[in-house]
Ligand binder design. Structure first.
Ligand code: NAD
Ligand code: ZN
Ligand code: ZN
Length: 346
């Protein structure tokens, strides 16, 4: 089969032919319909050899939707042809966190060498994906595969962060979304669907701000050194009760800190690597700062249920598998609107 692989440190990913995977005992083979391209893959492909944690070559893709192509011996509960979304942050399935469905916080994944598809294990940017266990599959019924693939990460990750802050997002509150790309443009819609908060979006270009407005941001503000002052002014000096930073770089965590209201939540989701010091007097009283990772299986089911209500309108650009390297080039250059989605079926 064809697969998009990152093969050599620093080189662009390539479409290559690899052996067709086969479902062993307990496994499910999924024929991929749609696979989303995440900015985290750009980060992975920028890591130096000495810090690279995975084996190469690596088939990319940690967002995926497809149809069940084959069930390994012993697998029940699915039939060939079922349309499924793949829950990506695989865990051991048996520890206390996995028992809660929070496989993203599995206590034993590292020790057991369990990795998500596309982030250590062969990923979804291929004609077929081998899934270790049917519990990683969520039936999607009639949902559109292209719009649904990004929900497994670009939807699930902001959903998890927003859900945690719901008690603070009361009527009259303000939520700030920094970075309105793949994750951020879904975050704005989730905030609109799940809360009565006023949503202020920040990004660096007029195109991205236009997308933010289209998907429901009440205000869209250029992300520069003046942004914090603009947000303070828009909130009558109070600031935002929740800030979701989908960049996580020095200037954006600074903005996040500068716009946080008393008792605000700041979620640093972008992996830009910047730190935000917490200590008495450094931030407004009782601000919580956290760096969440992905979401739980139950939350993915909730995101898909929300999608079924029609509340989410994903903006996607589609590419064939052969064009996937171009999708990553465009993502790297900041040229993708919403999410780039690869269609391995052509
Ligand atoms: P993306 O490229 O689609 O979107 C990023 C957006 O941020 C773009 O619109 C870009 O213009 C904007 N941006 C860049 N610099 C900015 C600045 N200084 N101020 C405001 N906006 C700025 O990326 P994505 O796929 O949505 O991923 C966003 C981030 O989240 C990445 O760092 C990615 O690695 C990370 N991520 C984290 C998790 C997690 O579980 N924590 C999961 C998925 C992705
Ligand atoms: Zn991702
Ligand atoms: Zn576990």
């Amino acid at each position: 089969m064809k697969a998009l692989q990152y093969r050599q440190i620093g080189a662009a990913p390539e479409v290559v032919t690899v052996p067709d995977p086969e479902a062993g005992p307990g496994q499910v083979l999924v024929k991929i319909t749609a696979a989303g391209a995440c900015h985290s893959d750009i980060a992975v492909m920028s890591w130096p050899a000495e810090a690279f944690p995975y084996a190469l070559p690596l088939t990319l893709g940690h967002e995926g939707v497809g149809t069940v192509a084959a069930l390994g011996p012993g697998v029940t509960g699915f039939a060939e042809g079922d349309a499924v979304a793949v829950y990506g942050p695989w865990g051991c399935g048996t520890c206390a966190k996995c028992a809660e469905g929070k496989e993203n916080y599995c206590l034993r994944a590292d020790a057991l060498g369990i990795r998500p598809p596309g982030l250590g294990r062969p990923g979804s940017m291929a004609e077929y994906l081998l899934v270790d266990d049917p519990r990683h599959l969520i039936p999607i019924g009639g949902l559109d595969p292209v719009a649904t693939a990004p929900l497994t990460d670009a939807g699930l990750t902001p959903y998890h962060a927003i859900k945690r802050s719901l008690p603070k997002l009361l009527p009259g509150s303000t939520a700030v979304v920094i970075g309105t790309g793949g994750l951020g443009h879904v975050a704005i819609q989730l905030l609109r669907a799940m809360t009565a908060a006023r949503v202020i979006a920040l990004d660096v270009s007029e195109d991205k701000l236009a997308l933010a407005r289209t998907v429901g941001a009440h205000e869209a503000v250029l992300s520069d050194a003046r942004a914090a002052g603009v947000i303070r002014e828009l909130t009558g000096g109070v600031g935002a009760q929740a800030v979701f930073d989908f960049v996580g770089a020095e200037p954006t965590v600074k903005t996040a800190a500068a716009v946080a209201a008393v008792e605000a939540d700041i979620s640093i989701i972008g992996i830009g690597g910047a730190a935000l010091p917490v200590g008495f007097g450094l931030l407004p009283f009782e601000v919580s700062v956290s760096a969440p990772y992905w979401g739980s299986r139950g939350e993915l089911i909730e995101v898909l249920d929300l999608a079924r209500t029609g509340a989410l309108s994903l903006h996607t650009e589609t590419y064939s598998l052969d064009e996937a390297p171009l999708a990553y080039e465009r993502l790297h250059a900041g040229q993708v609107t919403g999410r780039a989605v690869i269609l391995p079926g052509g």
